[in-house]
Design a protein around this ligand. Structure first.
Ligand code: GLA
Ligand code: ZN
Length: 664
């Protein structure tokens, strides 16, 4: 297969005449893939007994005849109105504990047996009906699983989940530290779902352990819905490939757990209108890391979105560059939401390949069809190509949840921006990054000269032992404030922070200052003392670690702020505060130099440079996300550009949003 090009198509809204026109325009744009049937349950099933697949049959036939690949939705993420009326329990109860009425989408309770039964029956029929349809390349289960339900069914299922996890109520009490605030339970039936009625304020966890377990339970519940559909499909079609569209750094679903159940990861990429390009690159890398394999870019907007505060147009050339960025970081598809723009409902202002004007001489249609033709020409050259990171960043959904639910020490501390800051520093140095889970094996860690685990709040299982062994054997580890804080139940490690990471970091600390946004401390690095730092300031007591930066103000002026500990053959860095950009860059330079990482391109350049490998060939993706033309680094001159057919010379300049795909 080539790089899949096309996207969500919802033809149910139009007539035969429009379909025919669409098919012509798809041909003109080199569309080879459509995602169908993502939200059609209400049309496919009229009541308890009556199903009607005739329209879908016709659509599938039409696209199969045209030689399109089909990504087949299961339509189960929005329950129909009739089913909601007949069985209100299929709908969710929100955080306030209020049962929702029919409306919106993603509205099903994941633990409603009635929902599961009806969804299963629909998927059974879809799988049996289309099992011989060779045009179907993937099954797209549900859509963007997320959100929480606090209904009685979920509450009951939560108790079962807890019983399975803890065995006895005593074990649960101990794990949850319930002796505090009179929270002791004597029976599993006393446990309630931590809705607003029970636990208080949105976003804050008064009973942090229960809230954390509820979040895990919720992720597992939705995953169980995914798995149930997948199993039905695979029973009918053993070689079916199943996926669902993930949402990048979505906090509420533990995607490392999800990815284990998916044949291929796919995700929806909708960067905010001011999102730095390195943030999008990071999220692609995270999605690739989930299975350590290429993924599908399932959705992106051709131009304007509709749900941001300000829906800016994509600039000329931007969607092309954005699409190549996704391929550069591991995607084997460039798919869009959607093929034809809706005329009603809440997405009427979301852009599409074919806009309301219905014309093929629009800017967006032209740009997309040029991209489609280019990808067709590329063929399968890069499909399946792998990526080799030199640095690995630990991304841990448990730490993400627990950290952001915690009350204190600072409301400004957010997980993803902390990860991004380190990622961005490596990105600017053209160091390829892989994302790995916190339970990555010792062997996985050993493959990287540099491993970073910023704000690894929760440390459980073998993680501390593996990270310690990794450093002992020569690795360079970077961690820092709010790491090594709690066990798997959000219970703080005693004996000094950072708990089980104390030994490898060669330090301990007792106090952590949290500064308001308008306050900072002076910071001195390498004899230069006009830097600043903020957010958090750990009061570090080194027990062997060398001091790399010291506070220059506050009552702790003169004490350690950033340290490095030589341990065994390796070293462990500890960032006890958030240095300003200049200090941060200086420290990161030292981290990188000491780690033995060799950036593939050593010359300073503002271009994004990424490499994928296949069959002994290297594919260099060179992208210009700045607003000025940029010279192409010497190291890449002389290589042929697969997109223009030209050889890059010493004086090649890449314009803004310019793309080179160099083969080596
Ligand atoms: C999501 C959904 C799509 C569509 C787009 C629009 O990713 O999966 O159905 O609503 O957003 O941005
Ligand atoms: Zn529920």
């Amino acid at each position: 297969m080539n790089i899949l090009f096309g996207g969500d198509y919802n033809p149910e809204q139009w007539s035969q005449e429009v379909w025919n026109k669409d098919m012509e325009m798809f041909r003109a744009a080199s569309v080879d893939t459509v995602t169908l049937n993502v939200f059609a349950w209400g049309l496919l099933q009229k009541n308890e007994e009556e199903y009607d697949f005739s329209a879908l049959d016709e659509t599938v036939r039409r696209h199969a005849r045209a030689g399109h690949h089909i990504i087949m939705g299961t339509s189960t993420s929005t329950v129909p109105a009739w089913l909601s009326r007949q069985h209100p329990e299929v709908l969710r109860s929100d955080y306030r504990g209020v049962r929702k009425k029919f409306g919106k989408r993603h509205n099903f309770c994941p633990n409603s047996p009635v929902y599961r039964r009806y969804a299963g029956a629909l998927v059974q029929r879809l799988a049996a009906r289309y099992k011989n349809e060779r045009a179907i390349v993937y099954w797209h289960i549900g859509n963007e699983f997320e959100g929480e339900c606090y209904c009685e069914n979920c509450e009951k299922a939560f108790r079962v989940w807890l019983k399975e996890k803890y065995g006895t109520i005593e074990a649960l009490n101990a794990a949850w530290n319930t002796a505090f605030w009179s929270h002791t339970f004597y029976d599993f039936d006393e446990i309630v779902a931590p809705s607003e009625l029970a636990d208080g304020e949105a976003g804050l966890a008064f009973m942090s352990a229960i809230k954390l377990d509820y979040a895990r339970f919720n992720s597992d519940s939705q995953l169980a819905c995914y798995k149930a559909e997948r199993d039905i499909i695979k029973a009918e079609i053993p070689d079916a490939k199943c996926t669902t569209n993930l949402m990048g750094t979505c906090r509420t679903m533990d995607y490392f757990r999800w990815a284990k159940e998916m044949d291929i990861v796919s995700w929806d990429c909708y960067p905010g209108y001011r999102a730095p390009w390195s943030e999008t690159a990071m999220t692609h890398d995270l999605m690739r890391g989930l299975k350590d394999a290429p993924f599908l870019l399932m959705e992106q907007a051709p131009s304007q979105q509709n749900w941001q505060a300000y829906n800016t147009l994509k600039q000329p050339g931007e969607i092309r560059a954005q699409s190549y960025q996704s391929i550069a970081h591991g995607s084997d598809a460039v798919l869009f939401f959607q093929m034809r723009q809706s005329v009603g409902g809440c997405e009427k202002f979301h852009s599409a390949l074919i806009s309301h004007s219905g014309r093929s001489d629009t800017r967006v249609f032209r740009e997309l069809s040029a991209l489609g033709a280019e990808l067709k020409m590329l063929g399968d050259k890069t499909v399946g190509a792998t990526t080799r990171g030199q640095a690995a960043i630990v991304f841990d959904w448990d730490s993400y949840q627990a950290l952001e639910m915690s009350i204190g020490p600072s409301r400004d501390l957010r997980y993803v921006p902390e990860i991004w800051r380190f990622y961005d520093a490596l990105y600017r140095r053209h160091i390829p990054v892989d994302f790995i889970p916190a339970d990555a094996s010792a062997d996985t860690l050993a493959a990287y000269p540099l491993v970073l685990c910023p704000v690894l709040y929760m440390v459980k299982g073998d993680t501390a032992a593996n990270l310690t062994a990794y450093v002992r054997q020569g690795g360079t580890l970077v961690t820092g404030y709010m790491s090594g804080m709690a066990d798997g139940n959000d219970k703080i490690y005693t004996g000094g922070y950072p708990g089980p990471l104390r030994e490898v970091c060669g330090l301990w600390l007792d106090e952590r200052d949290a500064l308001p946004p308008d306050e900072s401390r002076k910071l001195s690095v390498g004899g230069k003392d006009d830097y600043t730092c903020g957010l958090l300031c750990d009061l570090i007591c080194p027990t062997g670690a060398e001091v790399k930066a010291r506070y220059g103000s506050g009552f702790y002026a003169g004490t350690a702020a950033v340290t490095v500990n030589r341990y065994g053959q390796g070293q462990a860095w500890y960032f006890g505060t958030k240095p300003d950009d200049a200090a941060f860059d200086r420290l990161v330079d030292e981290v990188v130099q000491g780690s033995g990482v060799q950036p593939p391109v050593d010359e300073p350049t503002k271009l994004e440079i990424t490499c994928r490998e296949k069959d002994g060939k290297r594919f260099w993706f060179v992208l210009n996300f700045t607003t000025e033309p940029q010279p192409v680094p010497q190291a890449l001159s002389g290589l042929p550009d697969l997109l223009s057919g030209k050889i890059t010379g010493e004086n090649t300049q890449l314009p803004p949003y310019g793309v080179l795909l160099l083969e080596e």
